[in-house]
Design a binder for this molecule. Structure first.
Ligand code: ASP
Length: 327
């Protein structure tokens, strides 16, 4: 009898929470990289759009940098499951599963999957002083000078790290470049524009404006084909087109809550997220930066989780093959 009363009280509390969620407390979107970078930008734009349909909500972004995104992810995995601490992360959710021997959380067990936001191609870019203007010249230059050059990334298991490893492996470079880790690709971009690092591979959401302004040189996109629908990026070849067979890397971003978040709260969040993905303002801003907002079944928790499960399996061999370039 006592147990029944406790259970009844618990469900009343959950119901009340769902009724009042989000209440007056803000919803913190944890971004596991520095402010001003591509993951940060997705989170901020999404928060603004979700606010329109989640009554009373107030989103704040907290940048919890370090270890390729795994420190921020750990924070969310261990946070109170009340819908007030969420994670916005990218392909690193799957890549770090293959790159780290020990994670403080289980990617498929310690989170509620809320849905995927977008797919974002990457671009291979270099500092403005590099003596190459086409991909072919760039590759020849790297083959001859790779050992003396450095490549920026956002930490072990980040998208930029993964792309750099896979690319060096695909061009069959003899000597590995020195990798320079940053807390995110916003500070890495500043170093690249200033000529302190030589190259980087990063989401178009961070690179498009800098390419357009001529602050960095772009050489190729990482998707299987060209980005024919993008007014600026359509002019750059894909790595496959340049002979790197099978090279196809797209960064995706998704949203996660700590395991145990009440189903009613998850439903409210997923509905607000799906409304945001149809918001004309959000769509316009994403499209301008080369991002493709998700419209398929990955916008729902099951589709999102099934996709990440498949990505973990798909990325493992690629990461192992590229491993000789990791330091
Ligand atoms: N673009 C980053 C990466 O390489 C991270 C960031 O969003 O700053 O993973």
């Amino acid at each position: 009898m006592k147990r029944l009363l406790v259970l009844a009280a618990a469900s009343v509390a959950l119901f009340a929470q769902a009724q009042t969620y989000p209440g007056t407390k803000p919803i913190t979107l944890v971004v596991p990289f520095a402010a001003g970078g591509p993951t940060d930008l997705v989170a901020r734009q999404l928060g603004e759009a979700m606010r329109k349909t989640l009554p009373g909500s107030n989103f704040v972004v907290e940048n919890v940098n370090g270890a390729g995104g795994t420190i921020g992810a750990t924070k969310v995995a261990k946070a109170a499951p009340d819908g007030h601490t969420l994670l916005v992360w990218h392909i690193g959710m799957a890549a770090t599963a293959g790159l780290y021997r020990k994670l403080q959380y289980k990617p498929l067990e310690d989170f509620e999957y809320l849905g995927m936001i977008n797919d974002v191609p990457m671009t291979l870019i270099g500092k403005p002083q590099l003596p190459a203007n086409t991909y072919r010249d760039f590759e020849n230059y790297i083959r001859a000078n790779g050992g003396a050059l450095n490549i920026a990334h956002a930490g072990l298991g980040s998208a930029s790290h993964l792309c750099g490893l896979m690319w060096q492996s695909a061009v069959n470079a003899k000597e590995a470049m020195t990798t320079i880790p940053f807390n995110g690709t916003a500070p890495a971009m500043t170093a690249l524009m200033g000529g302190q690092v030589d190259l980087m591979c990063d989401q178009t959401t961070n690179t498009t404006q800098q390419i357009e302004a001529g602050r960095v040189k772009a050489f190729a996109v990482t998707t299987a084909g060209r980005l024919n629908n993008h007014k600026l990026l359509k002019d750059y070849p894909s790595l496959q087109e340049m002979g790197l067979k099978g090279f196809n890397l797209t960064v995706w971003h998704g949203m996660y809550a700590p395991k145990g978040t009440p189903p009613a709260v998850l439903k409210q969040l997923n509905e607000a997220m799906k409304a945001a993905l149809k918001d004309p303002e959000f769509l316009k801003r994403q499209e301008a930066l080369g991002a493709v907002v998700v419209t398929d079944k990955r916008v729902d928790p099951e589709g999102h989780k099934a996709f990440v499960t498949a990505e973990i399996a798909k990325l493992k061999p690629a990461i192992e093959a590229a491993g000789k370039f990791a330091d």
